[in-house]
Design a protein around this ligand. Structure first.
Ligand SMILES: *Cc1c(COP(=O)(O)O)cnc(C)c1O
Length: 352
């Protein structure tokens, strides 16, 4: 007899971007413009590659369980505040935070539409998930958020939000923190591209700020996430985290990336300039974005059809039809290298 699994896992999990290699094979393009995953399009600096290569000589040993070097580099180069890390990206931080805070049946509130990992990880914890809708223009209704999240054990707010690009002002986040009983996880995966900063809120006892080296620091392949947490939360986090989750190669590359801020600054300027051009030249409504991507409404064209048409022109973008609460005419397009953005702009102009 076939043994049983949890019914939650009979359905779909995380929706991954299509494979650029498959599209290249099907279309005959030598290179595909990879604008579906909000990555840094540039090759890592030689110093970063060298640091990773040097760490290879230690891979017969388990890594430092406290990731002391990476945490010290984060405190030096980002914020000097209590920080925890994960070796499976911020996704791993989110899973650990939920493991430590949420018991089966507890309420987890999520501002939607947003990144799917909160819901997937909360489901794994058998949480009661409450989605909080945003306004029609995709800004967050703070009063509604507070009303729905007030008694939740943990709430998620992403700013700038994936996939809408919407950024929540620090004063509004402060109001949330002062009016809810549980934790707020503020997902700041794209904060380096925005004009907002939440450092001043870090003294709150119920705020966790999730960040990552996958986006602006260009290390998506090494899976390094971190979070600023209240001092007292470091102990519980360490008690709940998967042992040795951050490997020594990732840690070494992460430290090198933090010590080379010129790559980050170059990407931020590149993204800001292209974001403006995207807003001006894309012949569809484009939402104002604080991130390294834009959300585009291709109506009346369905997003799944737009994605297929763009793929035929060698451009890979993300259909947002899998984001609940967003409808079926939105695509999310990352800002890539110059040639990728140029190819996308020509292709999108032919969609209308
Ligand atoms: C990409 C992303 C993350 C996490 O990325 P990791 O690679 O797991 O660090 C987290 N939140 C949002 C909103 C993202 O888009």
């Amino acid at each position: 007899m076939k043994p049983q699994i949890r019914s939650e896992y009979n359905g779909k999990g995380y929706v991954y971007a299509a494979s650029a290699a498959d599209i290249a094979r099907d279309t005959g393009f030598e290179k595909i413009a990879r604008l579906a995953s909000n990555e840094n399009p540039f090759e890592p600096a030689p110093e970063i590659q060298k640091a990773a290569a040097l760490a290879l000589s230690d891979i017969n040993r388990y890594p430092d369980p406290s990731s002391a070097k990476l945490r010290a580099a984060i405190r030096k180069h980002i914020y000097d505040a209590p920080v925890v890390v994960s070796g499976s990206g911020m996704d791993g931080v989110i899973e650990t935070v939920i493991r430590v805070i949420v018991s089966p049946g507890d309420t987890v509130a999520v501002a939607a539409p947003t990144f799917s990992v909160y819901g997937l990880a909360a489901k794994a914890a058998s949480a009661n998930i409450v989605n909080i809708p945003s306004r029609e223009d995709f800004t967050i209704d703070i009063d509604l958020f507070i009303e729905k999240a007030r008694t939740a054990k943990l709430s998620f707010l992403c700013t700038p939000n994936n996939p809408t690009g919407t950024t929540v002002p620090a004063a509004e986040v402060k109001r949330i923190l002062e009016n809810i009983e549980g934790f707020l996880f503020l997902d700041c995966a794209y904060i380096e591209f925005a004009d907002e900063d939440y450092y001043s809120l870090l003294s709150a006892e119920n705020l966790i700020i999730g960040r990552t080296l996958s986006k602006v620091y260009g290390l998506a392949g090494l899976r390094i996430g971190y979070a600023f947490v209240p001092e007292w939360f470091v102990g519980p986090y360490m008690a709940g985290v998967t042992p040795f989750s951050l490997n020594c190669v990732s840690e070494a590359a992460g430290v090198a990336a933090l010590e080379n801020p010129s790559c980050r600054d170059r990407l931020v300027s590149h993204v800001r300039a292209w974001r403006k051009r995207f807003e001006e030249e894309i012949p569809f409504p484009v939402l104002p974005s604080g991130a390294n991507f834009v959300l585009i409404n291709t109506a009346p064209l369905k997003s799944d059809d737009a994605v297929v048409q763009l793929q035929k022109k060698g451009v890979l973008v993300r259909s947002c039809s899998s984001f609940p609460g967003l409808g079926d005419t939105y695509i999310r397009v990352s800002i890539g290298d110059d040639w990728e953005n140029e190819r996308f702009l020509s292709a999108v102009k032919e969609l209308c």
